[in-house]
Design a protein around this ligand. Structure first.
Ligand code: SF4
Length: 356
């Protein structure tokens, strides 16, 4: 059994021999560390690097950034995207000047109150610039820890996040927090990468449970949000005249799904909505016993959002001569004006209000 000490020492040893050379490496100026972290939040290192250099030459310190008009900051940011990062950068610089007299706050607790600085960035600045023992947990770190511990948990849950952070805290021990965090960042960027991690060269291989169990490719487990099912409903608003009275047809939903027991116009579900070109062919299939039908109106498509499905619907108003109940024994015919007596889904209600 290996102790945490072994893992951390191996990690830091690996880092000192293999770390990336980056302009902000070895940097203790919190302003520069902050800038690099914000730029790298949604940007690759190679893309962010020239921006970092341009920013620090234009704004060598927090006072310079504070004094600059927002438009200048945004212009310098151009091409990086996610402009809220630039706006928050500027806002935070103003707060540091006005609330902290231009002295960069030195604790995680203060840092996290600044605009654009979340848990990860606050921990990164506090640990690298001020040596505060705060694990900085980003996607890279989550991936490494989930593999080291062969975690099956959902990576998006708060509980998992806490477990990962606690593990990092334990691993960090009394090592230099900034070095520890940066070593994990580099391991995630260079060795324990998302696809095909280089396990054979990894300093932590002996400790890695996913490697041992041969589950590396499955870690971290990604629980995809269930994709919304898309359905297409063609409603037939069938009208007939009998004894001088106009009738329409309804059916009751029986299935244990959406709208159980509610009434609806006879429904044909399809892979795409019918339209004026496909409707006649479909009607012939549905009404083999009808000699003639008249298409009176085709509604525009309706879109109805439910929690797990999106329904696209269209209503086809059709006039027929013979009683349509012979086509399906689940259809009932009701006088047109009685429709308000039946409980219908919201989607049909909308149609009734607008077009019936
Ligand atoms: S052995 Fe492979 S999966 Fe495990 S930490 Fe190293 S690179 Fe990542």
């Amino acid at each position: 059994m290996h102790s945490h000490m072994d893992i951390t020492e191996k990690l830091i040893h690996w880092y000192s021999a293999n770390k990336r050379t980056l302009p902000w490496r070895g940097e203790k100026d919190p302003f520069r560390i902050w800038l690099s972290e914000i730029i790298l939040q949604q940007t690759r290192v190679e893309q962010g690097l020239p921006y970092y250099l341009r920013f620090i030459s234009t704004f060598p310190g927090v006072h310079d950034l504070c004094r600059a008009p927002e438009s200048q900051v945004l212009r310098l940011w151009q091409g990086l995207g996610y402009y809220s990062r630039a706006r928050n950068l500027h806002k935070a610089a103003r707060q540091i000047v006005h609330l902290y007299d231009g002295v960069f706050p030195s604790s995680y607790k203060e840092l996290i109150t600044l605009p654009g600085i979340g848990d990860y960035t606050a921990a990164a600045i506090a640990s690298i610039a001020f040596g505060e023992p705060q694990p900085a947990v980003d996607g890279n770190v989550k991936r490494i820890i989930s593999r080291l511990l062969d975690m099956e948990e959902n990576m998006n849950s708060a509980k998992t996040y806490t477990r990962i952070k606690d593990t990092c805290r334990e691993l960090m021990g009394h090592h230099d927090p900034g070095t520890f965090n940066q070593a994990l960042m580099d391991l995630g960027a260079m060795q324990c990468v998302p696809k095909n991690p280089r396990c054979t060269l990894c300093p932590l291989q002996d400790h890695c449970l996913a490697f041992k169990e041969n589950t590396v490719a499955e870690r971290p487990v990604r629980y995809k949000k269930q994709k919304k099912k898309i359905r297409h409903f063609n409603f037939l608003v069938i009208e007939t005249d009998r004894n001088g009275c106009s009738y329409v047809y309804l059916e009751q939903r029986k299935h244990k799904d959406i709208w159980t027991h509610l009434y609806q116009f006879p429904l044909a579900e399809s892979t795409g909505l019918w339209d004026e070109s496909t409707l006649p062919g479909e009607l012939i299939k549905i009404f083999p016993k009808q000699k003639a039908f008249t298409i009176k109106a085709i509604s525009p498509p309706y879109k109805h959002l439910l929690s797990h499905q999106t329904i696209h619907a269209r209503f086809f108003k059709i006039q027929i001569n013979k009683d349509a109940r012979m086509e399906s024994n689940s259809w009932i015919s009701i006088p047109r004006e009685d429709i308000t007596l039946y409980a219908v889904p919201r989607l049909i209600e909308q149609y009734l209000e607008k077009e019936f």
